[in-house]
Design a protein. Structure first.
Length: 372
């Protein structure tokens, strides 16, 4: 990123934070949390930072204008200590991250590629560089389809957390991450002290891991009813769903082995919630700060009310910047949608874009600021 682009970004980030600073409220008590920041592009994270008050935190943000802001899921006695074991963990929120794999572009103009070897690039779908024959890297912008898929997984996760694990809807906080997925934070007293072991159990339950399929298949085919077996956790979850689909224990018993096996496979696929287990297991994890800007896209990690979840439109509702025109020198960008409008495709051209779209392209590393 050129210096002029970085200055443009910092100017616009400052405007956003100046106008929205009251939306940035870390969980209480603020003095027990560790904070982390990316202050400059390409430099490491500045972490182990702590604040005594909300006012100090806000002052820091308005004076430093960080590119990214993080807060610990954990409460510590001494959050500013650089030695993790000396921080003295008190407890930690449960934190889930759902990202889905990028989907393939449907049309040629929605794709672009770059060759990392010889530097060529163009609009379109090409797996190999036409100049040097090396494998190309596809330019991935956010797609509505991909984000809808992630939203579907998030709804699935919330359903399980509330219905199966007994988490109160009021303690379930959902956010669009500002880039490729969704975050769910659980701030409920009886879940704050869950250890590594308990967290692993929750992860297994969500990912349907550690299921002895042979054993379960035997139980299902023998037609054992739930009262006569002591199934729990993930096994019970799968058993109950299969029973529901089959209609009754008798019907299961009468089914062919292949039929039951197929059912088992389908149900595992249906129930699995694609969380990132690494994030949930780590109690020392730093979470992106709600309502802060994600510098991988220039969009906001936006809080979503549970009742608005199914109709949430990330590419419209998580925009941080205005629509005044900015001039941008775009290297390469496939056609993309943002803020209810469609842009591009662009190649080696200077274009006028609304500030929010210009910042998106800069954050994705595909263009540089060329004046306002
Ligand atoms: Zn090449």
């Amino acid at each position: 990123m050129l210096q002029t682009s970085l200055e443009f970004l910092k100017r616009e980030f400052f405007k956003y934070y100046y106008e929205n600073i009251d939306r940035l409220v870390p969980p209480e008590p603020i003095r027990n949390r560790e904070f982390g920041f990316f202050l400059e592009k390409g430099k490491g994270m500045f972490r182990h930072k702590c604040f005594n008050s909300l006012r100090d935190f806000h002052e820091f943000i308005l004076s430093e204008i960080p590119l990214d802001i993080y807060v610990s899921a954990a409460n510590y006695e001494d959050p500013g200590n650089r030695d993790m074991s000396e921080k003295k963990l008190v407890n930690a929120e449960l934190f889930f991250d759902i990202d889905v794999e990028p989907v393939n572009a449907v049309s040629d103009e929605e794709a672009a590629w770059i060759c990392q070897k010889c530097g060529q690039y163009d609009i379109g779908l090409k797996e190999r560089c036409p100049s040097c024959g090396s494998p190309t890297e596809l330019v991935r912008l956010l797609s509505e389809k991909q984000l809808r898929e992630a939203l579907g997984e998030t709804e699935k996760l919330i359903h399980v957390l509330i219905e199966d694990l007994g988490i109160a809807p009021d303690n379930t906080h959902v956010f669009y991450s500002g880039n490729r997925g969704y975050h769910v934070h659980i701030n409920q007293e009886d879940f704050l002290n869950i250890t590594g072991e308990g967290r692993r159990e929750i992860i297994d339950y969500l990912l349907i891991q550690g299921l002895d399929e042979k054993e379960l298949l035997n139980i299902l085919r023998r037609g054992v009813s739930i009262e006569n077996i002591s199934l729990k956790g993930v096994k019970k979850r799968v058993y109950m769903r299969i029973l529901e689909k089959a209609g009754s224990v008798e019907k299961l018993k009468a089914s062919r082995r292949e039929t039951v096996l197929k059912m088992l496979e389908d149900v595992v696929e249906e129930l699995k919630v694609r969380i990132d287990p690494v994030v949930t297991i780590d109690v020392h994890r730093l979470m992106r700060m709600p309502e802060s800007i994600n510098s991988n896209s220039g969009m906001v990690k936006r809080r979503i009310r549970l009742e608005d979840l199914s109709s949430f439109k990330p590419l419209e509702e998580a925009i941080a910047f205005g629509d005044e025109e900015a001039c941008l020198k775009v290297k390469i960008a496939p056609k993309f949608s943002l803020g209810g409008r469609t842009f591009g495709p662009f190649k080696d051209e200077e274009v006028e874009l609304p500030v929010y779209a210009a910042i998106y392209i800069i954050c994705k590393g595909l263009g540089e600021y060329a004046g306002g």
